[in-house]
Design a protein around this ligand. Sequence first.
Ligand code: GLY
Ligand code: MN
Length: 429
Amino acid sequence: MKKINIDSSLFTENRKKLAALLKENSAAVINSNDIMPSNADGTLKFVQNSDLFYLTGIMQEETVLLLYPSNSNEDHREILFIRDHNPDLEVWEGKKLSLKDASEISGIKTVMELSAFEHALHDIMCKAENIYLNTNDHDRAKNLVENRDMRFISYCKKNYPLHSYNRISPLIYRLREQKSEAEIELIRKACDITGDGFRRLLGFVKPGKYEYEIEAELAHEYIKQGASFADYEPIIASGENSCFLHYVKNDDVCSDGDVLLLDVAAGWANYNADMTRTIPVNGKFTERQKNVYNAVLRAMKGTIKEMKPGKTVREINYITREILAKELVDLKLLKTDDVKNIKIKSAEFKKYYPHDVSHFLGLAVHDVGYFDEPLKPGAVLTCEPGIYIREEKLGIRIENDILITEGGNDDLMKNVPSEAEEIESLMNN
Ligand code: GLY
Ligand code: MN
């Protein structure tokens, strides 16, 4: 995969912002993720801890960041630890980061090997009063597996029981919700490559193609451009599969007369796009498909208009429900009574629209952020209404990524075709 250089000032700024939020005389420790096992001696592809990446830009396992902003030893206010140089391992895995590489990527002056960590930590623990540690407090995370951060919390509390312990997550989640210019550029790039992948498909999809063949086309476009798939499994769902929200088998054949729902996007330098488009397999929507499609498109456009500073995600969800409730009645799928109270979704309403419209987007696809707090410029969110009619094997979702700005918002996917006629025309030329 392409090596993408990000200016270290992004990570230096992020550390500065976090340090400013710590109480006086505080240290903070953030660990990388583990390399997760699969079977026998197999491992899964390494995924960096997004908080550690946000603060350092380091993509390597066994990395630890130790911050102690009030240290009288200025060189030890920020220390980055990377795995020890190991010539035997290098024979198999190639070169790991040197101390100098890690310093250049992160902008951290003092980089040490991990074997020096306990000693350096002890020195700081003897002086610091408050210790900030990292946990995954995403509201939908299950946290079934104990990660390095959790093991470190146990270690710290056992060895240093009388310090005052604090959570990093409420601080860093609010920081991560507000993307900087540099981060927005990276997300824009992921969105642009996602658009290229979609355009490539429009000339490729036809009856008889398998969903996995379409996945391969996208992989070609993304990887050729140095990108990857965004950090979720591609959803390439034709016919009835379009009604399953997180369908990822992608093993079915695309049939004449069906729609194809594509919830698939590129990732760039760890930043994610998230896009959904729904297209007719044979290049022409039926009248019914187009009516449902346009209802969803109106819901997306109507919602995007309301995505602006001061609004909360929860309020935005209600706006979409209002629009979709009306559309579902017009489509004769629901009666007015079924959608009386859009704050509490009725079972009837949920049947056709079971999810919500928006989530934060960034270093995670369902990124960290607060749904009940007013949005500020710099937040990036998805807008993804849908209507799913199982009995007609017809699921339509359309999803764009929206940057909140001072004046309202900027649709980062406004150039990716979404009008039904434009999609049809591109599929037929
Ligand atoms: N892209 C899948 C989702 O947002 O849930
Ligand atoms: Mn999404």
